[in-house]
Design a binder for this molecule. Structure first.
Ligand code: ZN
Length: 280
C-alpha cells in the first residue's frame, strides 16, 4: 500500500492493535488511550465554545457537510473501529482550513467549503483529516507540541491555561504545529482511498491542492492551510502515484450537490459584510 516499508509497517500497526511501540503510531497509542483522546476532544470543543467560536447551524449546510463526511467514516471506521466521529462547521469565510482533534472530532471552516469546486474535493479533505485521526497523528502532534503530562492534564480538565491556548491556536489557524511530511503523505493516502471507496474521484484532493497552490501567492487564507498541511509538488506526485499504483477508482464529482451550499454561504458572508477568501 505504501512506497516504503516503514510506512507500510506503521499502517499495519494501526490496523492490528497492540503491536510494538517502535512505530510512531504505536508510540502515540501507548502515550494516550482512546478514552483520553475522547476526553481531550471534549475539552477542546468546550473551550472552543467558551472562546466564542461561531458554528454554522443552518441545517442545509450542516447536514450536507456531515453527509459527505459520513460516507468517508464508513471506511475510516474499518481502519479504526470505535471512533465516535463528530463534524463541526466553523463560520469563518476567511479561513480555508480544516483540522482534526484527537478522539475523532473534525472541524471545517466555511472558507474551505467556498474554495472547493465539487463534492469529491470535500470528500478528499474529510478523508485526509479522518486519516490523521485513524493514524493517531493528531494525538501525537499535540503530545509533541505540549508534552505528555500537559496533554493528559488537559484531557482531565486540569490545565485550563494550556487548553485555552490550544483551542485558541486551533480556532485561529487550525493547528498547533505543522504535521510532518510523512504524516501528510500518509493522510493524503487515506484521503484518496476513503474518497474512492465512497465512489468519489480520488483525485479530488489533488485538484483542491493544485487550486490552493495557485491561489497561495495572492491570498493569505490559502497560505494558512498550506502551512498547517505543508504542500509540495512532491506531495502531489506522491498522491498521484499512490492512486495509480492502488488502481483507485471512483468518478463521482457531484459539483451540483456542493454548489447550492457554497452559494448560500457566499451570500451569507456577503450579507454579513465579509469578503470570502475565494472571492478576493
Ligand atoms: Zn494534514
Amino acid at each position: 500500500m505504501f512506497t516504503n516499508s516503514s510506512r507500510a509497517l506503521a499502517v499495519v500497526c494501526t490496523l492490528s492493535l497492540g503491536c510494538g511501540i517502535h512505530t510512531t503510531e504505536g508510540m502515540a497509542k501507548t502515550l494516550i488511550s482512546d478514552d483520553q483522546e475522547v476526553q481531550l476532544g471534549q475539552q477542546v470543543k468546550q473551550e472552543l465554545d467558551k472562546q466564542g467560536t461561531k458554528y454554522v447551524t443552518d441545517p442545509e449546510v450542516v447536514n450536507y457537510v456531515r453527509g459527505v463526511a459520513q460516507k468517508i467514516f464508513v471506511s475510516a471506521s474499518k481502519d479504526r473501529p470505535g471512533v465516535n466521529w463528530q463534524v463541526h462547521v466553523i463560520d469563518d469565510p476567511k479561513q480555508v482550513n480544516a483540522f482534526a482533534v484527537p478522539g475523532g472530532s473534525l472541524y471545517v471552516f466555511t472558507g474551505l467549503l467556498m474554495a472547493a469546486d465539487n463534492e469529491a474535493e470535500l470528500a478528499g479533505v474529510w478523508g485526509h483529516e479522518s486519516g490523521h485521526v485513524v493514524a493517531r497523528h493528531s494525538a501525537r502532534q499535540m503530545v509533541d507540541a505540549m508534552g505528555l503530562e500537559t496533554v493528559l492534564g488537559i484531557a482531565l480538565g486540569q490545565n485550563p491555561n494550556q487548553l485555552a491556548q490550544l483551542a485558541g491556536a486551533l480556532a485561529a489557524k487550525g493547528a498547533l504545529l505543522s504535521y510532518s511530511r510523512q504524516d501528510e503523505d500518509e493522510a493524503d493516502e487515506y484521503g484518496a482511498r476513503y474518497a474512492s471507496a465512497a465512489g468519489y474521484d480520488p483525485h479530488g484532493l489533488i485538484t483542491f491542492f493544485e487550486k490552493l497552490k495557485k491561489m497561495e501567492g495572492n491570498q493569505p487564507a490559502f497560505a494558512k492551510y498550506l502551512s498547517d498541511h505543508p504542500l509540495t509538488e512532491d506531495r502531489i506526485t506522491h498522491l498521484q502515484r499512490f492512486i495509480q499504483e492502488k488502481h483507485l477508482t471512483g468518478s463521482a464529482l457531484n459539483p451540483e450537490r456542493l454548489q447550492p451550499v457554497k452559494q448560500k454561504l457566499i451570500a451569507q458572508a456577503r450579507a454579513a459584510g465579509v469578503q470570502p477568501a475565494t472571492l478576493r
